[in-house]
Design a protein around this ligand. Sequence first.
Ligand SMILES: [Zn+2]
Length: 453
Amino acid sequence: MIKNMIYTGKSGILYYLSDKPFSSGGEGFIHNVNGKPDIVAKIYRIEKLSYEKERKLLKMIDYKPEENMLTQIAWPIDVLYDSYNKFAGFTMRKMSINKDLNVIYEYGSDNYSKLLWENKIIIAENLCAVLHSIHDNGHHVCGDLNPKNISVNPETGFVVFLDTDSYHIQDGINTYRCEVGMPDYLPFEIQNKMRGDITLVTANLPTFTEETDNFALAIHIFQLLMNGAHPFACRVDYSQSHPSVAAPQPVDNIIKGKFPFMMFLTGIKIPVYAPEIKILTKKLQDLFKLAFIDGHKDPTKRPKPEEWHIALRELRQNLTKCSKVSHHQYYTSLSSCPWCEVDNKFKKPSKAAIKQTLIKAPSYTTTMKNKINLKKAAIVIIIASIIGYLISINNNDRQSADTRPRPHEGVSNPITAPANNNQTAPRPAPAPARPQPSPAPPPAAIPPPVGDW
Ligand SMILES: [Zn+2]
């Protein structure tokens, strides 16, 4: 029997949630809603509930996107209250969740490295379509538009924006902040505000805007088109720099407005796995210049989703297939395949190239052999000592210590000890306690070759 948790929506509708969530995260739990297969409910952890969050969600319901976009944007559609009428969470459409966007564009990804460029362009176009619909409403921006908040179906290219309850919502009077952000996707104007103890919660408004979303969108498009390279990633040209010099991180270059793909920077080169920006159409190069150079200090210069959409479609309609590698495609105006060039520059180490190498004489085996040899030596020493001891008794004579091999010293006390019954040393009892090995041939008596005699 399925156990239900009952919540009431702002709309007055009762929602019967499945007892156990099918997913959970730092903020809360996602439950199926019984009797409503196309809806799921997010129930917050108690410590994540706040009046501010409730107000924000109520505002988001007022400003929800077009109905047909609710399968592409995990937008709240009702706010939930528990049996004490306390705010608890919200409902949204059940989404088809696939791969995080960063998994799609990572260079060398085992699963998606052979995804056609054409398909990556389609995914970029679809990002533009979803962001356009969000901005079109006029009241909200994504804010934290990082690749882990974007799900992509690699088979269809279908894109879904997730975690919308963190979005930045404005109603003309109040602003309900997006309080989180991944630094690699935040433009200069936000990074510039976050100094010292200032955070996205305390920074002076405005923080997130349509222009900050457009900056993150341009980064995603760049990474999809350019082998996963972040537009502000770079490497040091060690022919001009000291070996101890470290490459600036993308965040450093964002803050300083250094876009290495279109700016000459002394001692700096683009990542080795990235193609030159000239592999793109002139239109796309111009848009990236606006996004990352002109838009550095003037965010309004950054291209909008619909501008990218047109330029991307133009590129997609002018592709040529590589004659050498079946999954390579490139802009038809180029004279040769840029991906072959990149692959030649950056050979990802194959699994075969880093397979395990066996040590010819494993150290542990040597150690074991040494231990075995030591044991053998000890046995020989003991036997030799006993025999020597017995011989000493029989001959009533003492061996001079320095006539014996040194290793015998530690176990040769019976030989060197005085042959009297008064000794108190905790040593094995002397001769009388032992059987007399009367004939006692020397153990080391390997018969000498007959011929030597
Ligand atoms: Zn090629």
